[in-house]
Design a protein. Structure first.
Length: 494
């Protein structure tokens, strides 16, 4: 692999600014690799839903000038297909660009590819895409996680220097963990949702999928902040700084009692994941942190509440796909109602239909209080638990996912097994707080009930979460751990 592809986004930006790297050369290196993956069809990883035929002129100036950027399919990008992984939006080219993308472009980044995802971001494996599953570069028989699986696999495989994703209940952190890269879900409201094709608006948040923590900080820094086009966006309390901590002195890390076991029907943690997680905590202690138990009594109920709230919001958000305004329209309909029905039947995949039915049921009169109203109360309790815990500790640590990357097809017929992948990530989403996943080791063959993977093991993610707007502290802690753990993120570059 050529040396330019080994550079992180921050290193590439510096080299371009210093004149030692040609932006055009870097862009073409990534564009041609991405195009080859796309052309390879089933022989590739299927990371992309669109790749630029020609690279646009790299921006002449700006802090990210000349750094290529891959973006999850669900971000609207003017004149470029934006399909949210769905047949119903196949070929749809919006007339405008999402704020997160346009801010990165204004800072100099160049959009070169759109990445594959679960349809409307519903899923944990990228198998729900209308454009076929993405494969995990660590082991092509396995999923990359989801729903931002195309972004995660592209970064892990060295097909993109970094990528933009979204996280509603774990869709940045869980695929980052399963692909051995860094994924950050910022505080709800830090990044504008304008131009993101909505799944569950009170939870959706854009964030970076990157090779290292510095790149995550760099990307967030250039897209965060208030946007008049999104009334839920918030001004940053402080600028996102590039992390530089070496030690974790004075940092109190809480490990939630309730998120360590299969409490309340939750997810059993695989032995390899538990070992890597415990080793990462020991490392944090060596760096000076104090690790202690904390309690999040309602966290075990977060997943159930999420699977009422997210489908409820989705059923409302997806009502707009009626064949009149966007994408697909069923032919030969008898009348308007028939056209709506057939378009939605043909255009939505099975998981999306399931969520719409769940959501409309939960919101229906007579059941609203029993389901939606109750789930909202649980959401408040979950948020209150975090607030109480952050009186005692600075950050909270959990494994990002209960297991390593699972086999393609292993969970497709069992939605609940699939949903459990987000057991540790959903509570933070309900509370709206920031959380990062960093790779903390490899689960060895045999530790996770599965055959040896080609790269000697499968990556495990460590999740760190902090109070709202604590991104700088979170990034610093993640950076110190990253430096100490020394995980090789380029190990499975293709
Ligand atoms: N896997 C979860 C779901 O299917 C989370 C998805 C997401 O964060 N977009 O809802």
């Amino acid at each position: 692999m050529s040396d330019v592809l080994r550079l992180s986004a921050a290193q590439a930006a510096d080299a371009i600014a210093a004149g030692s790297l040609s932006a055009a050369e870097l862009a073409e290196a990534y564009r041609s690799r991405a195009a080859a993956d796309r052309a390879a069809g089933e022989d590739g990883l299927n990371c992309f839903t669109w790749v630029a035929e020609e690279m646009p002129e790299p921006a002449p100036a700006g802090p990210l000038a000349g750094v290529p950027l891959a973006v999850k399919d669900l971000f609207c990008t003017a004149g470029v297909p934006s399909q949210s992984g769905s047949r119903i939006l196949e070929g749809y080219e919006p007339p405008y660009t999402a704020t997160a993308v346009s801010r990165l472009r204004d800072a100099g980044a160049t959009l070169f590819a759109k990445t594959n995802q679960d349809e409307f971001a519903m899923g944990s494996s990228t198998e729900n895409s209308a454009f076929g599953p993405t494969l995990n570069p660590w082991d092509r028989a396995r999923v990359p996680g989801g729903s931002s699986g195309g972004s995660a696999a592209a970064v892990a495989a060295g097909l993109a220097p970094w990528a933009l994703g979204t996280d509603t209940g774990g869709s940045i952190r869980q695929p980052a963990a399963l692909c051995g890269i860094v994924g950050l879900k910022p505080t709800y409201g830090s990044v504008s949702r304008y131009g993101m094709i909505a799944f569950a608006s009170s939870l959706d948040q854009a964030g970076p999928l990157t090779r290292d923590v510095t790149d995550a900080a760099l990307m967030l820094r250039h897209m965060a902040g208030r946007d008049i086009c999104d009334a839920t966006s918030l001004p940053q309390r402080e600028e996102i700084a590039l992390p530089n901590a070496e030690r974790l002195e004075d940092l109190r890390i809480g490990v939630p009692t309730e998120l360590q076991s299969s409490a309340a029907g939750g997810a059993a943690i695989e032995p390899g994941v538990r070992r890597c997680f415990e080793q990462a905590l020991e490392r944090a202690e060596e760096l000076g942190a104090r690790v202690q138990e904390v309690s999040l009594p309602h966290a075990p109920h977060a997943l159930s509440a999420y699977y009422v709230l997210a489908p409820s919001e989705a059923s409302s958000n997806l009502a707009r796909f009626d064949g009149v305004r966007y994408g697909l329209r069923a032919e030969d309909a008898e009348d308007l109602l028939d056209m709506y029905t057939r378009t939605r039947h043909d255009g939505f995949g099975a998981e999306v239909r399931r969520r719409i039915m769940l959501g409309t049921y939960a919101l229906s009169s007579g059941y609203y209080e029993a389901y939606y109203g109750r789930a909202q109360k649980v959401r408040t309790k979950v948020a209150q638990d975090f607030a109480a815990a952050f009186e005692e500790v600075d950050l909270i640590a959990t494994p990002t996912a209960p297991g390593v990357a699972f086999a393609l097809g292993e969970k497709t017929s069992d939605p609940w097994a699939m949903y459990l992948s987000d057991y540790f990530t959903v509570p933070m989403s309900l509370a709206g707080i920031p959380a990062i996943s960093i790779p903390c080791g490899l689960s060895a063959a045999g530790e996770d009930r599965s055959p040896p993977a080609p790269h000697g093991g499968l990556p495990v993610g460590l999740q760190l979460a902090g109070p709202a707007f604590s991104e700088n502290r979170l990034l610093d802690a993640a950076y110190a751990l990253e430096c100490s753990l020394g995980f090789d993120v380029t190990a499975c570059h293709v």
